[in-house]
Ligand binder design. Structure first.
Ligand code: ZN
Length: 48
Protein backbone atom coordinates (compact mmCIF):
# COMPACT_ATOMS: atom_id res chain seq x y z
CA UNK A 1 0.00 0.00 0.00
CA UNK A 2 1.74 3.10 -1.19
CA UNK A 3 0.00 6.31 -0.44
CA UNK A 4 1.61 9.60 -1.13
CA UNK A 5 1.02 11.89 1.79
CA UNK A 6 1.43 15.58 1.69
CA UNK A 7 2.60 18.09 4.20
CA UNK A 8 -0.37 19.65 6.02
CA UNK A 9 1.35 23.01 5.86
CA UNK A 10 2.91 23.34 2.44
CA UNK A 11 1.42 20.29 0.69
CA UNK A 12 4.81 19.10 -0.43
CA UNK A 13 5.18 15.36 -0.81
CA UNK A 14 6.36 13.67 2.34
CA UNK A 15 9.27 11.28 2.52
CA UNK A 16 10.05 8.32 4.73
CA UNK A 17 7.32 6.90 6.94
CA UNK A 18 5.27 4.97 7.66
CA UNK A 19 5.22 6.12 11.26
CA UNK A 20 6.70 9.51 10.79
CA UNK A 21 7.10 11.45 7.61
CA UNK A 22 9.39 14.28 6.82
CA UNK A 23 8.72 17.21 4.57
CA UNK A 24 11.68 18.01 2.38
CA UNK A 25 10.29 21.44 1.70
CA UNK A 26 9.74 22.88 5.15
CA UNK A 27 11.76 20.25 7.03
CA UNK A 28 8.85 19.47 9.27
CA UNK A 29 8.28 16.09 10.83
CA UNK A 30 4.74 14.85 10.37
CA UNK A 31 3.36 11.83 12.15
CA UNK A 32 1.18 9.46 10.19
CA UNK A 33 -1.34 9.57 13.01
CA UNK A 34 -1.65 13.29 12.49
CA UNK A 35 -2.27 12.84 8.80
CA UNK A 36 -4.88 10.19 9.39
CA UNK A 37 -6.70 12.42 11.80
CA UNK A 38 -6.25 15.38 9.51
CA UNK A 39 -5.04 17.19 12.52
CA UNK A 40 -2.81 20.13 11.81
CA UNK A 41 -0.93 21.16 14.87
CA UNK A 42 0.41 24.66 15.21
CA UNK A 43 3.92 24.83 13.93
CA UNK A 44 6.40 24.42 16.69
CA UNK A 45 10.04 25.22 16.08
CA UNK A 46 12.13 22.11 16.38
CA UNK A 47 15.79 22.45 17.04
CA UNK A 48 17.83 20.48 14.58
ZN1 ZN B 1 6.03 21.03 4.35
Amino acid sequence: MKTVNHCPRCHHELDEGPIMYRCANCCRAVYAADLENEYVAPLQPVAA
